[in-house]
Design a protein around this ligand. Structure first.
Ligand SMILES: Cc1cc2nc3c(=O)[nH]c(=O)nc-3n(C[C@H](O)[C@H](O)[C@H](O)COP(=O)(O)OP(=O)(O)OC[C@H]3O[C@@H](n4cnc5c(N)ncnc54)[C@H](O)[C@@H]3O)c2cc1C
Length: 389
C-alpha cells in the first residue's frame, strides 16, 4: 500500500495555486496557444516553478510526491484548459517518469529524476511503432548486446514531446517472445546520442501546442547502465504498469474538460437569445445541459474511487481501464453536446468548445484505445470468473 506523502492541508494549497494559475493565467491565453501552436515560455517557467514537471515524482527525487488520489484532483484542474498545457509536463510525471520511478535503479533515479522533476529535462515515452500501437508486444525495435552495452535500431511514431525531449524512454526487443516473457527491455536514451533522429513535428487534429513526432534509432549505442532496472525482462511490465496509472490520470483530465465544456454551455445558454427567448429556457437545451452535468458527476465520482482503489492496491487493472473508457467516451459526448448548445457558434474557431471538441478526441485513442480498454476489462472479468470455477 502506498501512503499519501503530502498532507491534505498542503495538498489543498497546491490545488488552489494550480486552479488559480490555470483559470487566471492559462485560460485567457488559450487562443494564443492554439494560433501559435506553442506554450508561451512564461507559462512554462511558471509551471516549472510550481513544481508541475514533477508533481507525481517522489519528494526524495525532487518532486512534489503526490499520490494518485491527489494527481487526479490536479488533472481535473489541468483538464479545464487546453490539454496541451498538461501535455508539456505530462510525460515527465506520467508515462515516462513513472517507468523510472517504478523500475529504475537508484543510480538511474539519481541521475535523472531530479532534473525531470524540475523541468530541466523533458522525458518522452517511446513505445508505439508502425504496426505496434494497440499491441506493443509486437514491437520490432531491437536492442542487441554489444560488449558491455547495447545497440538500438528501430523507429517509433507519435511520440509526445519528442521534438523537445532530452531523454527517451525506449522500449526495444532483446529476445523473441516466449511463454510468459514478451522479450522487451526498456532503455534510457539521451536525445543527443548519435543515431537518434527526431522527425518533423506531426500535424494533428487538435491539442495545438503539444507536439509529437517520429523518432528513428539508427545503430544507437548505449552503455550497460542505460538498461532500466538492469533487467532485460522488465520492459513490458514497466510499460503496462505506467500505462495503467496513466489511464486514471487521463480519465481525470477528461472529467476536467467535460466540466469546462459544461460551464461554457451553461454560460452560453444563459446569455444568448433567439427572438425574445433565452436559449437556456428551451427545455431541449436544458436536457443537453442535464446530460452533460450527469456525465461530469458520474465521471468525477468514478475517477476518485478508482484512484483510491489504485493507491490501496485493491484494483490496478480493471478499474483504471473501465474509468478511462467511461470518462473519455463521456467527454466526447459532452463536447459534442457543447457544440450543439452553441449552435453555429460552436463550429467557429476561437470559441472554446470548438477546440475542446477536437482536443478530447485524442483521449479515446492514446494510452490504449476504447476497444483495448474494453478488452482489458472484459478479459479480466472472464478470467477471474473462470479461475473461480
Ligand atoms: C497525439 C498522440 C500522442 C501519442 N503519444 C504517444 C507517446 O508519447 N508514446 C507512445 O509510445 N505512443 C504515443 N501515441 C500512440 C498511441 O498510444 C497509439 O496511437 C494508440 O495506442 C493506438 O495505436 P495505433 O495508432 O497503432 O492504432 P491501432 O492499434 O492500429 O488501432 C486501429 C484500430 O484498431 C483497433 N484495434 C487494434 N487492436 C485491436 C484488437 N486487438 N481488438 C479490437 N480492436 C483493435 C483500435 O482500437 C483502433 O480502433 C500517441 C498517439 C497520438 C495520436
Amino acid at each position: 500500500m502506498t501512503e499519501t506523502q503530502v498532507s491534505a492541508e498542503d495538498f489543498a494549497l497546491i490545488q488552489q495555486q494550480v486552479r488559480s494559475f490555470i483559470r487566471t493565467k492559462v485560460v485567457p491565453r488559450e487562443t494564443e496557444i492554439m494560433r501559435e501552436d506553442r506554450i508561451p515560455d512564461d507559462l512554462r517557467t511558471a509551471a516549472a516553478e510550481m513544481g508541475l514537471f514533477g508533481y507525481a515524482i517522489p519528494d526524495e527525487w525532487g518532486g512534489l510526491g503526490l499520490d494518485l488520489t491527489q494527481d487526479v484532483e490536479l488533472a481535473m484542474e489541468f483538464g479545464y484548459t487546453t490539454l496541451s498545457l498538461r501535455s508539456m509536463f505530462g510525460t515527465n510525471n506520467g508515462i515516462a517518469g513513472q517507468v523510472l520511478v517504478g523500475f529504475g535503479t537508484d543510480e538511474q533515479k539519481k541521475r535523472w529524476l531530479e532534473r525531470i522533476a524540475s523541468g530541466e529535462v523533458v522525458a518522452s515515452f517511446a513505445l508505439t511503432e508502425p504496426g505496434a500501437g494497440s499491441n506493443p508486444a509486437g514491437l520490432r525495435t531491437r536492442a542487441t548486446r554489444d560488449g558491455d552495452g547495447w545497440v538500438i535500431d528501430g523507429r517509433k511514431q507519435y511520440i509526445t514531446n519528442a521534438p523537445i525531449a532530452d531523454l527517451f524512454i525506449v522500449f526495444a526487443r532483446t529476445a523473441e517472445p516466449a511463454a510468459g516473457n514478451p522479450g522487451i527491455a526498456v532503455f534510457l536514451v539521451p536525445a543527443t546520442t548519435p543515431g537518434v533522429e527526431v522527425g518533423p513535428k506531426d500535424a494533428k487534429m487538435g491539442q495545438e501546442g503539444a507536439w509529437t513526432a517520429d523518432v528513428a534509432f539508427d545503430q544507437v549505442r548505449v552503455p550497460a547502465d542505460a538498461l532500466i532496472g538492469g533487467d532485460e525482462g522488465a520492459g513490458y511490465k514497466a510499460a503496462m504498469t505506467s500505462l495503467a496509472r496513466g489511464r486514471v490520470h487521463i480519465a481525470a483530465l477528461a472529467v476536467g474538460t467535460a466540466q469546462r465544456a459544461l460551464d461554457e454551455s451553461v454560460a452560453y445558454a444563459a446569455s444568448t437569445t433567439q427572438g425574445s427567448e433565452r436559449i437556456g429556457d428551451f427545455q431541449l437545451v436544458q436536457a443537453m445541459l442535464a446530460d452533460q452535468q450527469a456525465g461530469v458527476l458520474a465521471g468525477r465520482a468514478m475517477v476518485r474511487e478508482t484512484a483510491r482503489a489504485y493507491v490501496t492496491g485493491e484494483d490496478r487493472r480493471i478499474a483504471p481501464s473501465a474509468t478511462k473508457l467511461f470518462c473519455t467516451e463521456m467527454v466526447g459526448r459532452v463536447a459534442d453536446l457543447a457544440v450543439q448548445v452553441h449552435g453555429g457558434a460552436g463550429y467557429m474557431k476561437e470559441i472554446p468548445v470548438e477546440r475542446i471538441y477536437r482536443d478530447v478526441r485524442l483521449l479515446r485513442l492514446y494510452e490504449g484505445t476504447s476497444e483495448i480498454q474494453r478488452l482489458i476489462v472484459g478479459g479480466a472479468l472472464v478470467r477471474r470468473a473462470v479461475a473461480a470455477l
